[in-house]
Design a protein around this ligand. Structure first.
Ligand SMILES: *Cc1c(COP(=O)(O)O)cnc(C)c1O
Length: 382
């Protein structure tokens, strides 16, 4: 093949800066306070306002948020947590961090998300939490099973790392459900450089999460400065978000409307371009409601096509190799036919806000060519 991709099509994902992030960081640095500061609190307030929720607690990463949320939901040793195997390994590591057991469940291959039925079939007397992943930005409505789970003292901890800004009906993800965790890592829909946020259910839970993310200490920095002692009131870790990261997030949030529009229109451009391709199934993210985070297809000969596209400089990726097949999680493995099939077929196409429609045309043409070459070679072999 002769195509060489433009540099933007050569990246699978990429942060998008809007021009004011560096100055916002410089202001924090010049202010001389780099830890949890008013800037962090301003960020929490602005995110809560944006999502239409009462409170939001900022943490240093999405993984720290998932860990903190499970602690706040009192999930621990002896408990099971229902989790899709098709997720980033961070979701599973958070379960191990609290000493609980992951109970892997299968997904609907059309959306890569769990369904009500798959969740309810996996729930046992030991289940204490369910961690659905809002894959690719797709919102999931759990209202039909929420009551039954709550009656059994089971908390829904949404891994919404992909889904910042997406909507569940008219409300944003985070405003529905129990605990919701967002990631603001480098390539997420909104970035703080590194960071995350947890949306609690009420004031008591918010206070618990604030205490956990600050080493178990409840007094604010200002209060601590006024006394000769401070109270450590429970378990906690150094999980707070620094003002430096919060400043990046605030600058990003001012322009989030652009992220929403661009991501939706790029995803739709992919959908149009992929429509005529044989053997390619686009994973639906419902772009009317979601802020798409990934553009993924399921294809035959995935490994060969992946290699060919890489050779032409196209930034393809795989989200994700199934977790129940990872060595670290072998103890909890089980048969998950849909996940295993998706794991063999899934391919993530370059998807970020620097792409143009021309890039997308080029990626799709290269994909089509690769499928034809690899398919022909495979026919010749057999
Ligand atoms: C990014 C991500 C996380 C972890 O967030 P970090 O900010 O990288 O710690 C968790 N789950 C999923 C599905 C993710 O994509």
């Amino acid at each position: 093949m002769t195509t060489t991709a433009r540099p933007d099509a050569g990246r699978n994902a990429s942060p998008c800066l809007y021009g004011e992030e560096a100055a916002a960081v410089a202001r924090v640095l010049e202010g001389g306070q780099y830890g949890h500061t008013e800037v962090t609190e301003e960020f929490e307030g602005r995110i809560a306002e944006f999502l239409g929720v009462r409170d939001a607690v900022a943490v240093m990463s999405g993984t720290a948020g998932l860990h903190t949320a499970l602690l706040a939901a009192e999930v621990g040793p002896g408990h099971e947590v229902v989790v899709p195997s098709m997720t980033f390994c961070a979701t599973v590591q958070a379960i191990l961090a609290v000493g609980a057991t992951p109970r892997f469940v299968d997904i609907d291959p059309a959306t890569l998300c769990v369904t009500d039925q798959l969740v309810m079939d996996a729930v046992t007397d030991r289940t204490r939490a369910v961690m659905p992943v809002l894959f690719g930005g797709r919102a999931i409505d759990f209202s039909r099973i929420h009551k039954e789970l709550a009656a059994r003292d089971i908390t829904i901890v949404e891994d919404a790392a992909h889904a910042f800004g997406s909507r569940n009906g008219v409300r944003r993800v985070g405003a529905t459900g129990d605990l919701t965790c967002f990631s603001y890592g480098p390539i997420k829909n909104l970035t703080c450089g590194q960071g995350g946020i947890v949306i609690p259910r009420g004031h008591v839970e918010a206070a618990t999460i604030r205490r956990i993310r600050m080493l178990g200490v409840v007094q604010s920095q200002a209060e601590r400065a006024m006394t000769t002692s401070y109270g450590v009131e429970g378990f906690g870790l150094r999980y707070q978000m620094s003002g430096i990261n919060a400043a990046i997030g605030l600058a990003q949030l001012d322009h989030f409307g652009k992220a929403e529009t661009t991501r939706r229109s790029l995803w739709r451009a992919y959908r149009r371009a992929l429509a005529g391709l044989d053997g390619v199934t686009l994973v639906d993210v419902d772009p009317d409601r979601s802020v798409p985070h990934l553009c993924q297809v399921r294809i035959p000969y995935r490994d060969e096509v992946f290699a060919q596209l890489k050779a032409c400089g196209i930034g393809v990726g795989v989200h994700y190799p199934p977790n129940h097949l990872q060595p670290a999680f072998a103890e909890w493995t089980c048969d998950l036919p849909a996940t295993e099939q998706v794991g063999r077929e899934i391919l993530t196409l370059p998807f970020h806000q620097h792409l143009t429609e021309a890039d997308i045309g080029q990626v799709v043409t290269a994909l089509d060519q690769a499928l034809k070459t690899v398919g022909a070679a495979s026919c010749a072999r057999s």
